[in-house]
Design a protein around this ligand. Structure first.
Ligand code: F6P
Length: 341
């Protein structure tokens, strides 16, 4: 078979490991030809693709990013491609497509599948907010990077008796912030699922200082929201959905805390560092398993499905279930940590 593979949406550690796994399983075991579509769905739209051989994937297990390139494609272009799906696939000569991506990609994959394109999808995101799978690859690496950042910030914060506000990724959900915050022992953890009160954050810091601990680390998700009307400083730039972009809440909080407490506070915006570099062993294994199962799904004709981790098993789940809702941090989970304010 000739299988097209593409990576779409924001990149994440482990994408290359999936590509490698698809090539190994497809070419070595099934005698497939793997065609790598460039820059996500743009490759399909614009007929940009290249064969990916066993040699091309040497060393990919440890390489972050994606050798195929990735892009976020506007909705109207996706709609056009869906309407022309059969023709585009024919022009590339592909019998099936493996689409690797996050929520947007899974939504697009469903549209293509409904339009008759034989598609199998593989979920990815550092945010870990896809409900239908227990976990996505990329998340573990992002948590490691974020935890290391918190660990490192502690020593400099203590040396200078400062409050460090570290803003982590997660526009809609707080999985990275909660997990790294707990792992790194952050003193305050602020996530989008629980609007925070700045006074409670300030009181926590004051209390620490009273007890002689003259520094504090606050981990805040980029999408964390203050209770309405509780922050005095203006919010920064908003994206097209009205959410704060990077640096928005981190900078505001640091300014505000410095103002309330009269103590030095510094923002640290970790940003895309969380998405780059070498995937952890756990992410490499999950990505490899997803790639293996995606190829098997193609050969079983299980189109319109995506690979999901449920317990220790990889299952094939209908794409319709992929996009029902985001997996947010449930209250009984964040209630387990006193640092969540
Ligand atoms: O990959 C998901 C995510 O990392 C979000 O947490 C973040 O808000 C967004 O991507 C950033 O996207 P971009 O790379 O387009 O700025």
């Amino acid at each position: 078979m000739r299988i097209g593979v593409l990576t779409s949406g924001g990149d994440c550690p482990g994408l290359n490991a999936v590509i490698r796994s698809v090539v190994h399983r497809g070419t070595d075991v099934h005698g497939d030809e793997i065609l790598g579509l460039e820059d996500g769905f743009l490759g399909l739209l614009e007929g940009r693709a290249r064969p990916v051989s066993h040699d091309d994937v040497t060393g990919l297990l440890t390489l972050g990013g994606t050798i195929l390139g990735s892009a976020r494609v506007k909705r109207d272009r996706i709609r056009w491609a869906v309407d022309n799906a059969q023709r585009l696939a024919r022009e590339l000569g592909i019998d099936a497509l493996i689409a690797i991506g996050g929520e947007g990609t899974l939504t697009a994959a469903k549209l293509f599948s409904d339009a008759g394109l034989p598609v199998v999808a593989v979920p990815k995101t550092i945010d870990n907010d896809i409900d239908a799978t227990d976990v996505t690859f990329g998340f573990d690496t992002a948590v490691h990077v974020a935890t290391e950042a918190i660990d490192r910030l502690k020593t400099t914060a203590e040396s200078h008796q400062r409050v460090m506000v570290v803003e982590l990724m997660g526009r809609h959900t707080g999985w990275i912030t909660l997990t790294a915050g707990v792992a790194g022992g952050a003193h305050g953890i602020l996530i989008p699922e629980k609007p925070f009160d700045i006074e409670a954050v300030a009181r926590m810091v004051e209390e620490r200082f009273r007890r002689g601990k003259k520094f504090a680390i606050i981990a805040v998700a980029e999408g964390a929201q203050p209770m309405p009307g509780t922050l005095r400083f203006e919010h920064g730039q908003l994206d097209q959905y009205g959410h704060q972009t990077f640096g928005g809440i981190g900078n505001r909080l640091a300014n505000e805390l410095e103002d309330i407490l009269g103590t030095e506070a510094r923002p640290v915006i970790l940003g895309h560092t969380q998405r780059g570099g070498i995937p952890t062993a756990r992410d490499r294994v999950l990505a490899t398993r997803f790639g293996w199962h995606a190829v098997e799904a193609v050969h079983k004709g299980a189109f319109g499905h995506f690979t999901a981790l449920r317990g220790n098993e990889i299952q094939l789940v209908p794409l319709a279930e992929a996009v029902v809702r985001l997996k947010t941090v449930p209250p009984d989970r964040w209630a387990e940590s006193e640092a969540v304010l």
